[in-house]
Design a protein around this ligand. Structure first.
Ligand code: TNX
Length: 530
């Protein structure tokens, strides 16, 4: 081919490539524009989605003169609201630099945020709230301070995402769109669980998770305090439980435990954020750490070796020994004195080394010990299959089997492993977690409802457990929990009929900026976070 011919051909290709890139570019822009229109048509990005949201006209703009007013139904409530207002104030202060003033009373003046509890009817819901924002002011009303706290989480999500920063953000207009929101949850139990037994997590790490979860209106944190690899709560009568049983973790790390003072401190911190801590001691299986600490729990009177692997189902308490029940009674007595929750989780899962008859006898007896200390027991399935277990025990349903619970009219928390387990990998490339119940991408985590597994009248709520066999640090924990927890929070709060994945995905995408601003190491699912 002549040189001139080659040049001509090259030019032709260049022109064709240019034309193609123009066409592709135009197409991409028009798709982008369409996507933009869809996003614009959504009036808010609040998660969980409120029961009703009516957009108004205009916006409230926060500035350094904005005042917060609190008014409770009585003095005690006013004090509680003052504490909540202080939390709001300090949350606002870092990113805005405003040091807002808080006053008792209510005000119709311009530039005020009013937090007010009102008397409810008989049917009042503790978490229900109403939020009205307009050009002049913002008002959140609720029957209880708890409802006000939930409303404040909504308010913060209505502000620009820089509000989630912990340092000064300059040049931001701190506006709240005008709206009227009426909101309350579908289910009263919206929980997550952290397994602090397989890997231990410090008080500060737990508090950080409490902070983050409470902004999505999660209201329960279940702490899995004992397993084969560790016993994590100080029991004064049995110091060896933590000295020995708390001294290691999966992989042989140094483990750790919470003193009773530290546990109380976590409980208080959570309660201030309207999250209830539910302690669990898993039994009769998953008990090697206790068997390794206390010789008298073993048939030969000798301590078992500590265990730092990840097998399950090999350990069992002696179900026919009075020493076992005396031990459990003493543990429950101490934990009941420091745990205000009405629930006490007694485990009951994977007792593969306990014959079924013995298991049935054991869980029946242990649930009565919990009740003796005024607690409502919760147990993993198959606890519902034990004849002595009845509707005074709550089932935590993790395998898709609850026939016995249905027959007995037991209330349930739905935690189906293939949908709700925070330790399942998102996909094959996820660096931590397990996959025995399948992968749980963000979409799968969102697209289900508790009523897929149990009749509505038996659903207490939902819980998403984070098992930590191979989740060892705060960053890894973040990665497994976020962003899936937002979906679980919405499944628990927003009725099924109001939920739709495509629309949720757009709100979730917008939440990405907040999660990033909070320093959460969330999994940036490429199909959602561009
Ligand atoms: C099963 S789920 C367990 C836990 C493990 C988990 C790992 C349940 C009640 N028991 O002991 O940590 O699988 O995903």
């Amino acid at each position: 081919m002549k040189k001139g011919e080659i040049m001509r051909r090259k030019l032709k290709w260049k022109i064709a490539a240019l034309a193609a890139s123009l066409i592709v570019g135009w197409f991409a822009r028009s798709v982008e524009a369409k996507a933009f229109v869809v996003e614009e048509s959504i009036t808010n990005n609040i998660i969980p989605k409120p029961m009703s949201y009516k957009a108004g006209v205009g916006k409230f703009v926060l500035n350094k003169e904005t005042k917060i007013y609190v008014k409770g139904g009585n003095d005690e409530e006013t004090e509680e609201l003052l504490r909540i207002a202080d939390m709001l104030k300090s949350k606002i202060s870092a990113p805005t630099g405003f040091n807002l003033n808080v006053f008792k009373g209510s005000s119709t003046e311009n530039n005020t945020i009013n937090l007010e509890t009102t008397d409810g009817e008989e049917t009042k819901n503790n978490e229900e709230y109403r939020l009205i924002s307009n050009n002049q002011n913002i008002k959140i009303t609720a029957y209880t301070p708890e409802g006000i706290y939930r409303g404040i989480q909504t308010l913060l999500q209505m502000m620009p995402s820089d509000i989630a920063k912990n340092s000064l953000a300059n040049g931001v207009e701190w506006s709240v769109p005008a709206a009227e929101i009426n909101d309350k949850p579908q289910y009263s139990y919206r929980g997550f669980m952290i397994d602090v037994a397989r890997h231990f997590f410090s008080v500060d790490e737990i508090k950080r998770q409490i902070d983050h979860a409470s902004q999505y209106k999660i209201n329960r944190l279940h702490l899995h305090l004992s397993d084969d690899q560790g016993w994590r709560l100080e029991i004064k009568k049995y110091p060896d439980l933590t000295l020995i049983g708390g001294s290691t973790e999966v992989g042989g790390g140094k483990g750790g435990y919470y003193t009773q003072e530290q546990f109380k401190n976590i409980v208080k911190y959570a309660a201030d954020r309207y999250i209830e801590i539910i302690p669990e001691f898993d039994m009769p299986g998953h008990t090697n750490a206790a068997l390794a600490s206390l010789g008298f729990l073993n048939p030969d009177g000798k301590r078992k070796p500590l265990y730092t692997g990840i097998k399950v189902g090999f350990s069992s308490l002696m179900t026919n020994s009075e020493k076992t029940y005396e031990f459990i009674d003493n543990v429950f007595k101490e934990v009941s004195a420091i745990s205000p929750s009405k629930y006490l989780h007694i485990g009951g899962d994977e007792a593969l080394s306990t014959p079924k008859n013995d298991y049935d006898y054991f869980v029946g007896r242990v649930s009565k010990i919990a009740q003796k200390y005024g607690k409502t027991p919760i147990g993993w399935d198959p606890i519902d299959t034990a004849p002595e277990i009845n509707s005074s025990t709550i089932l935590q349903n993790w395998q898709d089997s609850n026939e016995a619970a249905r027959k007995k009219n037991m209330m349930m928390n739905i935690s189906i492993a293939g949908k709700a387990y925070l330790d399942m990998k998102y996909n094959k490339d996820t660096p931590y977690g397990l996959d025995w119940a399948g992968y749980i991408p963000v979409e799968t985590a969102y697209k289900w409802d508790p009523t897929d597994y149990a009749p509505q009248n038996l659903v207490l709520g939902i819980e998403s457990p984070l098992w930590t066999e191979n989740v060892a640090t705060g960053e890894q924990m973040d990665y497994m929990i976020y962003p899936r927890l937002l979906g679980y929070a919405e499944i628990g709060w927003t009725p099924k009929s109001e939920r739709n994945w495509e629309e949720y995905a757009i709100r979730l995408r917008a939440q990405g900026a907040r999660l990033a601003n909070e320093g959460i190491n969330f999994y940036r699912d490429p199909s959602i976070f561009k």
